[in-house]
Design a protein around this ligand. Structure first.
Ligand code: CTP
Ligand code: MG
Length: 219
C-alpha cells in the first residue's frame, strides 16, 4: 500500500478575515478550523505521518496540542512556498500530500481519487471547473475574456512524489521564483506535467468572514 506524509499548512496570518488571530484557529460549528484537516489525516490509513507547519505566534499552542507519535509541528516561512519547503524537509514517505488547513471541508472520495491519480502521474491536484466568466482587467476596462471551458480553480490537497516536489522547490529557490501552489513549480521546473482529479465545490478556502458563515452551513 502506498503511504504518504501529510503536510498541513497553517503558517499564514489570515489577514483577510480581519480577525485578531489566525483564521485556522477560528471555531466553526464548535470545532477549530485546523482540527478538520488534522482529524481527516489522522484517521486516514495511508497517511504515515502528519507535519503541521505553524506560524511563530501559534507554535507553542499547536505544539502542545498536536506534537506526538508521527505528528510533528514545525515553524513555517514568510510565504506559503517557504512553509511547504520546510514541511518537505521534515517529510519521510515516498509521497506527500500538501493541504491548506484553511480548507476544512475534505471529501475522502476525492482524496482517494487523488491518491490513485498520484501513483500514476507523480503530481496531482484536486481542482474544479470555474463557474464564473473570467476576464483580464486593465484599469477599469475589461480585457480579453478567458475561455471558461478551459479554466480550473485549483484546490488542495495536492499530491506529489516527494523527491520530485523537493527538486522542483530547489530549482525554484535558485531561480527566485515564487508560486502560489505547488503544481506550478512542477510544471515550471520538472519535465512532469501535473494532472488533476475533480475536487468538491464545498472545499472553499476560508479567506473572508463570509466564508466562516458559508462553512457553518457546509461543515
Ligand atoms: N500559509 C502558510 N505559510 C505562509 C502563508 C500561508 O503555511 N507563509 C498557509 C495558510 O495558513 C493557509 C494556506 O497557506 O492554510 C493558504 O494561504 P492563505 O489562504 O493565503 O492564508 P493566509 O496567508 O493565512 O491568509 P491571508 O492571505 O488573508 O493573510
Ligand atoms: Mg495568504
Amino acid at each position: 500500500m502506498m503511504k504518504y506524509s501529510a503536510i498541513i499548512l497553517a503558517a499564514g496570518s489570515g489577514t483577510r478575515t480581519g480577525l485578531d488571530y489566525n483564521k485556522i484557529l477560528a471555531k466553526i460549528n464548535n470545532k477549530k478550523v485546523i482540527d478538520y484537516s488534522f482529524d481527516f489525516f489522522s484517521n486516514h490509513d495511508k497517511c504515515s505521518e502528519i507535519i503541521i507547519v505553524s506560524s511563530d505566534c501559534d507554535f507553542n499552542y499547536l505544539y502542545d496540542r498536536y506534537e506526538g507519535e508521527n505528528v510533528f509541528v514545525i515553524i513555517g516561512g514568510n510565504t506559503r512556498q517557504e512553509s511547504v519547503y520546510k514541511g518537505l524537509n521534515k517529510a519521510n514517505s515516498d509521497y506527500v500530500l500538501i493541504h491548506d488547513s484553511a480548507r476544512p471541508f475534505i471529501n475522502s472520495t476525492c482524496v482517494d481519487n487523488l491518491l490513485s491519480n498520484l501513483v500514476e502521474t507523480n503530481a496531482s491536484t484536486l481542482a474544479v471547473p470555474v463557474t464564473d466568466s473570467v476576464v483580464r482587467s486593465s484599469g477599469n476596462r475589461l480585457g480579453k475574456q478567458l475561455n471558461r471551458n478551459e479554466l480550473l480553480a485549483i484546490q488542495t490537497p495536492q499530491g506529489f512524489l516527494r523527491e520530485l516536489i523537493v527538486s522542483a522547490h530547489d530549482k525554484a529557490i535558485k531561480a527566485k521564483y515564487i508560486a502560489t501552489d505547488d503544481t506550478d513549480l512542477i510544471a515550471k521546473f520538472t519535465d512532469v506535467t501535473p494532472s488533476y482529479v475533480m475536487g468538491d465545490y464545498r472545499s472553499i478556502k476560508l479567506t473572508t468572514r463570509l466564508d466562516i458563515k458559508l462553512l457553518e452551513v457546509i461543515l
